[in-house]
Write a protein that binds this ligand. Structure first.
Ligand code: NCD
Length: 304
């Protein structure tokens, strides 16, 4: 049985297939509407979510399946002290596939070791978020048409931003990629991510604290929120939260065909005036999340 814990659990070819299926679902939704009849998806969210949980649920419903689950640890038996392993052992008897989000890094991996059904990591602490990466890749493919040769800027909280870590892992498999890592000193990409996915592949990258000095070089700009819930103290969060605010003025020197992404939720890091700029792709990106999750569910349940 296959689980999706890390984006690298999927080969680049499997990602291409998922993107092709997601594109086909967008063209021919009626062909897929009964594919998961009588199948059940459990969404076990021990941490808050809007897009990821609802897009998983919408995905399963649009495939004709059903959903069950919980949206906060407080309403599950975790509040009584149940372990993740025990919860998974039980839920495996009620559902055919499980999407799980947890504040602890590695929790979905532990779950996978105990599970009788496929587990999808829907975000584990400040570590990984592979299905957001599938969403990001589908968006980049649709917007730019290719992956090779792109210069990708990541801006904001690159330390705790799990979507950043997973997207770097995924993009590092393509040819002639270049990264521009824009963050405050305290929120730089963790050294393990750099060592495993950038340095080991000899991918050129620059690190800077200033977005203005690099914006004109970028093909993709991946903005992120400062991850308040992962800070040890509120003071640091308040000091760093508004480090970057993307405005129309800052975009003056950017490429005409820049693709601006954000996994959302946005707090303050993109001015709402940017939403109407044709380069703003983040709401489209959120919409695509449902289709790539439909493709993923079909693949993991081995429904053709
Ligand atoms: C992201 C996450 O949960 O890591 N959100 C999402 O799934 N779209 C990004 C974030 O919370 O900042």
């Amino acid at each position: 049985m296959k689980h999706l814990i890390d984006i690298l659990d999927l080969s680049a070819e499997e990602i291409d297939e998922l993107i092709a299926v997601a594109n086909d679902i967008m063209e021919n939704p009626q062909y897929y509407q009964e594919k998961c009849r009588y199948k059940k998806l459990a969404t076990l969210f021990f941490e808050p979510s809007t897009r990821t949980r609802l897009s998983f649920e919408a995905a399963m419903l649009e495939l004709g399946g059903s959903v069950l689950g919980f949206s906060e640890a407080a309403s599950s038996s975790a509040a009584k002290g149940e372990s993740v392993s025990d919860t998974i052992a039980v839920v495996g008897g009620y559902a055919d596939i499980i999407a799980m989000r947890h504040p602890k890094e590695g929790a979905p991996l532990v779950a996978a070791m105990k599970s009788s059904v496929p587990i999808i990591n829907a975000g584990d602490g400040g570590h990984n978020h592979p299905t957001q990466t599938l969403t990001d890749l589908l968006t980049i493919k649709r917007e730019k048409g290719y992956f090779d040769g792109l210069t990708i800027g990541f801006c904001g909280d690159l330390k705790f931003g799990r979507t950043v870590h997973s997207l770097i892992a995924a993009m590092s498999r393509y040819a002639n990629i270049r990264y521009v890592l824009i963050s405050p000193e305290e929120l730089k990409v963790p050294s393990y991510v750099k060592a495993d996915h950038i340095k080991s592949k000899h991918i050129p990258y620059t690190q800077t604290t200033s977005i203005d000095s690099v914006i004109e070089e970028l093909d993709v700009l991946y903005m992120t929120r400062v991850q308040r819930e992962r800070f040890f103290n509120e003071e640091d969060y308040l000091r760093l939260k508004d480090s970057y605010i993307l405005t129309l003025d800052k975009l003056k020197n950017a490429k005409e065909d820049l693709c601006i992404l954000h996994p959302l939720p946005r707090v303050n890091e993109i001015a709402t005036a940017v939403d109407d700029d044709p380069r703003a792709c983040y709401f489209k990106q959120a919409r695509y999340g449902k289709y790539i999750r439909m493709a993923l569910i079909l693949k993991m349940l081995e429904v053709c």
